[in-house]
Design a protein around this ligand. Structure first.
Ligand code: HH2
Length: 279
């Protein structure tokens, strides 16, 4: 999933694709780089972000969705029911919902729906986030919402742990570590770590609190690769070309490890001679 922020203020690419022509060019570029879905957003959800009026969000996203939906699957990154409905009428088929509340819209319009976990709102979510059991609380919330959506008639339901949304770096790493548990729920998992602040914190040099966004590519690709190997069915990324290289390596590796573990359960001899696959 390639990120297309039609905003002046997104944390890593704000202002770069704010006019229609540049947004379309970037969308087409990401398709050429290997994106299967383009996620169009008109409101930043960075920590401290202020809400955008509905009319302005519609003005930003609808023309971009109309143009790109002819070429690729489009999702809309919104929390507003009216924007979601307009985006679906314009050709989007997936609601990427960081508020995990729009499943009734997905049900009535026959769209797919992504439930993402967030603690609070973007304005306040990073003010000292605390959990007793981050994995249990996040997974429990997502599974409950996902089941509600299925009961309401949504046929395609994704879950996303919401990396960076009301979480410390430790919370984010713990959730990434436990992704296989979320994947075992049976709902397809989406993960977005791309360029996020916790990667800057981990990569910061001496005297630097966080490495700048431009230096977060290695962490973005490492965590996307980890997420795919841990069972995520989709990763949300800004750097599509680099993530695509990782995805084409991970696909066969994941398949091989599934086959190997199944074969091991049946008969150790079925895995092949010693040393096979160790290089
Ligand atoms: N992260 C962002 C926005 N939307 N949606 C899902 N499902 N998962 C995520 O992790 C996620 C998301 C934040 O990234 P970005 O869109 O680049 O920034 P901004 O919110 O500042 O526009």
């Amino acid at each position: 999933m390639g990120v297309l922020n039609v905003t002046p203020d997104s944390f890593s690419d704000g202002g770069r694709y704010f006019d229609l022509e540049r947004a379309l060019a970037r969308g087409l570029e990401m398709i050429a780089e290997g994106a299967d879905v383009i996620d169009v957003g008109g409101e930043s959800s960075r920590p401290g972000a202020r809400p955008v009026p509905e009319a302005e969000e519609l003005r930003r996203v609808v023309p971009v969705i109309e143009a790109l939906a002819r070429h690729v699957r489009v999702s809309v990154d919104t929390t507003k029911p009216a924007v979601a409905e307009a985006a679906l009428s314009a050709g989007a088929t997936l609601l990427n919902d960081i508020s995990a509340s729009l499943w009734p819209v997905a049900a009535s319009c026959g769209a797919g729906w992504v439930a993402m976990h967030m603690r609070g709102t973007p304005g306040t979510m990073q003010d000292d986030p605390r959990y007793d059991d981050v994995v249990g609380e996040v997974h429990g919330f997502l599974i409950e919402r996902a089941r509600q959506a299925v009961e309401a008639g949504v046929r395609e339901v994704w879950v996303d742990p919401g990396i960076g949304f009301g979480k410390t770096a430790r919370h984010n790493l713990t959730l990434l570590h436990h992704l296989p548990v979320l994947a075992a729920s049976g709902f397809p998992v989406l993960v977005g770590t791309s360029r996020k602040g916790f990667l800057g914190l981990l990569a910061g040099g001496p005297g630097e609190e966080r490495a700048p966004v431009a230096q977060r590519l290695p962490g973005s690709i490492a965590t996307a690769t980890w997420a795919m190997l841990a069972g995520a069915a989709m990763v949300r990324v800004h750097d599509v070309a680099a993530a695509f290289q990782s995805a084409i390596l991970v696909g066969p590796a994941r398949l091989a490890s599934d086959v190997t573990s199944r074969a091991t359960r049946i008969s150790p001899a079925a895995v092949g001679p010693p040393g096979l696959g160790t290089r």
